[in-house]
Design a protein around this ligand. Structure first.
Ligand code: UT7
Length: 306
C-alpha cells in the first residue's frame, strides 16, 4: 500500500504585525529584518487548536471526506494549548473525528515527521490519516527581544494522507541531534531562548544533508526536483541550502515574507500556497525539507498526485 495527499488546507490568523510595528517597540528596523530574514509581516493571535481546526476542516473539504472517514489524527506542534491533554484531543472533538489522535513534537520538522508516520500507519492498517502542522509561537516570544520576536509567528496547515496503489512518498529522512538541544528551547512558563547564528549554520547543513539522504532513498537526484518546499525560518537559510544543493531559489515555494516562522505549520502553508497558486502541478517532484529545535531535521520526496 502506498500513500498520496488527497486534500489540503491552511489557516492564518487575521491579526498582522508588520516589521514597522516591531521597530516601534524594539531596537530593529524594517530594512534589517527584510535583509536578514526575508520577513515583511507575520500573522499572530490564535491558539494552536483554533488554527489546526480551521486548516483541518479545509483539508477534509478539499479531500471530500467526512470526519467518519479519518482513521487517525496526527497533530505536529510544539505549542500545545495545554500541557495536558494533547491539542490533538481538542482538534479531534471539534472536527467530529472518531479516531485516535496524538500530538507529535519535533518542532519545525514536525509536519514531515507526522507525514512519514501517517504513511507508516497506512501501511500497517489505516485508510486515511489527517496530518496537521500548527504552531502559535508569537505568544512564546519575549516581545521585546529582537532576536526572536522578529521571527516567530502563528499558523496552521493540514493534509489528508490516503492509501493508494501508486506510492507518492518516494523517500524520506528523519533525524535529531539532541546534543544541540540547548541552542533553541522553551522551559515551562518561560519564553523562547535561541542562539540564532549557530542555529543558522547548522540549519543549512542539516537541510542539505537530509535532502540528499531523502533523494538517495528515492533513487533521485536534485535535477529531478521540480519544487523545494522548505521550512520557512529565514530566506537566507533557504537560499544557502538550495544553492549548496545546486538548485535555484526560483524553484522554491516561499510564504515567509507574509507569515514569519510558523514552525510546524510552515511547510504545509508553503505546500498549500504552491498548489493553490498553480505552480505545483500533478506529476511534479517535491522536496519537503526542514529543521528545528532538538535539533531535528526531516525531509520527504513526494510526487504530487492528488
Ligand atoms: O525554526 C528554526 C528556528 N530558528 C532559526 O531558524 C533562526 C536562525 N537564525 C537566524 O535566522 C538569524 O541568526 C537571525 C535572524 C536570528 C539573526 O540574524 P544574523 O544575520 O545571524 O544576525 P547576528 O545575530 O549575526 O547579528 C548581526 C548584528 C549584530 O550586531 P553587531 O554585533 O554586528 O553590531 C546584532 O546585534 O545584527 C544585530 N541584530 C539586529 N539588529 C537589528 C540582531 N538582531 C537584530 C535585529 N535588528 N532584530
Amino acid at each position: 500500500m502506498g500513500v498520496h495527499i488527497a486534500g489540503w488546507g491552511s489557516h492564518l490568523p487575521e491579526k498582522i504585525i508588520t516589521n514597522h510595528d516591531l521597530a516601534a517597540v524594539m531596537d530593529t528596523s524594517h530594512d534589517w529584518i527584510v535583509e536578514r530574514t526575508g520577513i515583511h509581516e507575520r500573522r499572530v493571535g490564535e491558539p494552536t487548536s483554533t488554527m489546526a481546526i480551521a486548516a483541518g476542516r479545509k483539508a477534509l473539504q478539499s479531500a471530500d471526506v467526512g470526519p467518519d472517514e479519518i482513521d487517525l489524527l496526527i497533530l505536529a506542534t510544539t505549542s500545545t494549548d495545554q500541557v495536558m491533554p494533547s491539542t490533538a484531543a481538542t482538534v479531534q472533538a471539534e472536527l467530529g473525528l472518531r479516531c485516535g489522535a496524538i500530538d507529535v513534537n519535533a518542532a519545525c520538522s514536525g509536519f514531515v515527521y507526522a507525514l512519514v508516520q501517517a504513511a507508516g500507519m497506512i501501511e500497517l492498517a489505516y485508510r486515511r490519516v489527517l496530518v496537521i502542522g500548527a504552531d502559535s509561537l508569537w505568544g512564546w516570544t519575549d516581545q521585546t527581544d529582537r532576536g526572536t520576536a522578529i521571527l516567530f509567528a502563528d499558523g496552521g496547515g493540514a493534509v489528508v494522507v490516503e492509501g493508494c496503489d501508486d506510492d507518492a512518498l518516494l523517500g524520506f529522512d528523519l533525524g535529531c541531534d539532541g546534543t544541540t538541544r540547548h541552542l533553541l528551547y522553551t522551559d515551562h512558563g518561560a519564553k523562547i531562548t535561541m542562539e540564532g547564528r549557530e542555529i543558522f549554520r547548522r540549519a543549512v547543513r542539516a537541510m542539505v544533508s537530509s535532502s540528499r539522504a531523502a533523494l538517495d532513498r528515492a533513487g533521485l537526484g536534485t535535477e529531478d526536483v521540480d519544487w523545494v518546499v522548505p521550512h520557512q525560518a529565514n530566506l537566507r537559510i533557504i537560499e544557502s541550502a538550495v544553492d549548496k544543493l545546486g538548485l535555484s531559489l526560483e524553484r522554491t515555494i516561499n510564504v515567509l515574507h507574509r507569515t514569519g516562522n510558523t514552525s510546524a505549520a510552515s511547510i504545509p502553508l508553503a505546500l498549500v500556497e504552491g498548489v493553490d497558486s498553480g505552480r505545483i502541478q500533478p506529476g511534479d517532484i517535491l522536496l519537503l525539507t526542514g529543521f528545528g529545535a532538538g535539533m531535528t531535521w526531516a525531509s520527504a520526496v513526494l510526487r504530487w498526485q492528488p
